[in-house]
Design a binder for this molecule. Structure first.
Ligand code: XMP
Length: 506
């Protein structure tokens, strides 16, 4: 296992993902909370940081349990940190060094740079530079602008690099991590989807014994993979609840329910559409809608889980990005203690929580799902927001508007699939706008609804670009929608990126 100490860099999670790509398990911990079992980790990586080592409030953890005791790789801020506090000198660079650079010197016969040669492209992002190396350091690489691009400490397994191996533009970054972790630190690359499934299922069996577990399925990747893992461990003691909030895609409730039953899951489908639509009537504020949907969901889920006698656990599909404790530039982040108001919580929330995916990144969830034989189509589904079509119907919600949007959305999504575009898009959907516009159909003047289509590329939803869908596809989709969906006479395509726009319109 590898420990990544986070100093607040925007790239820290990327380091973890690259390490995991090497089939090596790693964990991210904030620099000010070095785990007590630090001696059990096989290697440690220090991340970059928005701080300067020269500033008063710069992170300054005690590394005495790490440095010299186990293989250590210090990236960017980490490299400056080791230099600054161990006899070297760090100063502001003349210019901010940002972007691509190429190695102009690489020391020969170094395991760390095996299979990496002069000319290799690296990604720089720093405004301080290491002017003088720390005591005992040997320079390993330079670029035209950065003399001390990499060094190691003699007599220790301590390595430091100014560039970012985790960033895709560092073309040999993965090789470098492999050199450090596998060749130098002798970490065994045994973290594979299959091994994860085996150890997790065994762990769940032990933890849960004969207890009953309740899980809310959403039709999405995370809850599905969590359910299958638990099902492998405890079989029919897993009770799944799949709630139809009436805001799902067309026919989704019945088709996904069928799919779940086909997987052998013990699942109860609860059609609460009317309850949600009643509660939403007249509400047009986006946050208001989200609150209502959240509240009704909890009521419905509570009613259902109370019917499962003796349930002891609530399973959730939480994944790693949701649980990593982030380092904020404004000081350590505050964790909200939700158990302070246990008295007012619904019954199911008093259950113990089990989260089998809490150490996985999204792409790993998919790989674990695939290794357990979950249908590829289900694993490749676009993300879909919890409040569903409610936040894609701008303004208030009625059953008729939901029906119109479901039809439009189905034409768009099925069209993407038929044209082989679905998997090239990260997320897509249709939005029902609160405007009517004039049109003509035959001799008749119409005054009907306008819909927007949205398709974006993204990796995590934090930033997104609109997708350049072929004109022919857009033309056909628009025709199909206007000809087939009564009540719609105009289709527009959203060409805004995030930021400054968001993916959803509400
Ligand atoms: P935005 O609109 O913020 O969306 O760019 C980013 C991602 O989050 C999803 N999203 C939500 N998911 N409940 C959810 O479960 C919500 O209230 C919600 N709002 C946005 C959105 O679909 C996109 O994937």
């Amino acid at each position: 296992n590898v420990l990544i100490l986070d100093f607040g860099s925007q790239y820290t999670q990327l380091i973890a993902r690259r390490v995991r790509e090497l089939n090596i398990y790693c964990e991210i911990h904030p620099y000010h909370k070095i785990p007590e079992n630090v001696s059990e980790f096989k290697a440690v990586i220090l991340s970059g940081s928005p701080f300067s080592v020269r500033s008063e409030d710069a992170p300054h953890p005690d590394l005495s349990e790490i440095r010299g005791k186990k293989p250590l790789l210090a990236v960017c801020y980490g490299a400056q940190y080791l230099a600054h506090f161990s006899g070297g000198k760090v100063a502001p660079s003349a210019t901010r060094e940002y972007g691509r650079a190429n190695l102009s010197f690489v020391k020969e016969d170094e395991l760390f740079f095996e299979k990496i040669s002069i000319g290799s492209q690296v990604w720089m992002s720093h405004s301080d530079t290491i002017k003088e190396l720390p005591t005992g350091a040997v320079r390993l690489a330079s670029t035209a602008d950065v003399e001390n691009a990499a060094y190691r400490i003699d007599g220790e397994e301590t390595y430091a690099i100014q560039f970012h191996p985790e960033v895709y533009h560092s073309t040999d970054g993965k090789q470098l991590l492999e050199n450090f972790l596998i060749k130098i630190a002798s970490v065994t690359p045994n973290w594979t989807p299959d091994s994860f499934v085996d150890t997790t299922v065994a762990g769940l069996k032990e933890e849960l014994g004969d207890d009953k577990v309740v899980l809310g399925l959403s039709g999405g990747v995370d809850s599905t993979v969590a359910a299958i893992l638990l099902h492998k461990a405890i079989g029919s003691n897993l009770h799944c609840i799949f709630v139809n909030n009436g805001l799902l895609r067309k026919d989704e409730f019945s088709s996904v329910l069928k799919q779940y039953e086909g997987m052998g899951l013990n699942v109860k489908g609860v059609d609460a559409s009317a309850r949600f639509l009643d509660a939403l009537a007249g509400e047009s504020d986006p946050e208001g809608k989200r609150k209502i949907i959240g509240r009704v969901f909890i009521e419905v889920f509570d009613d259902e889980s109370n019917q499962i006698t003796d349930a002891k656990w609530l399973a959730q599909g939480t994944i790693y990005p949701d649980v990593i404790e982030s380092v904020s530039v404004n000081g350590p982040s505050v964790t909200i203690k939700s158990h302070h108001n246990v008295g007012g919580l619904p019954d199911f929330m008093k259950l113990k929580v089990v989260e089998p995916l809490r150490m996985l990144f999204k792409d790993e969830v998919r790989r674990v799902g695939a290794s357990m034989g979950i249908d590829k189509e289900l694993l490749g589904r676009h993300p879909f927001p919890g409040p569903g079509l409610a936040i894609r119907i701008l303004g208030d919600i009625t059953a008729e508007k939901v029906r119109i949007l479901q039809e439009v959305d189905a034409i768009f999504i099925n069209g993407l699939k038929e044209h082989g575009l679905y998997d090239k898009v990260w997320q897509a959907g249709a939005i029902l706008l609160p405007v009517n516009s004039v049109g003509v159909m035959g001799d008749e003047r119409t005054y009907e609804k306008c819909v927007a289509l949205r398709a974006v590329e993204s990796t995590d939803g934090m930033t997104a670009d609109w997708v350049n869908l072929p004109y022919e596809f857009l033309q056909k989709t628009s025709n199909d929608i206007i000809n087939k969906v009564k009540g719609v006479n105009r289709v527009v395509y959203d060409i805004s990126s995030k930021p400054p726009a968001t993916i959803e319109w509400e």
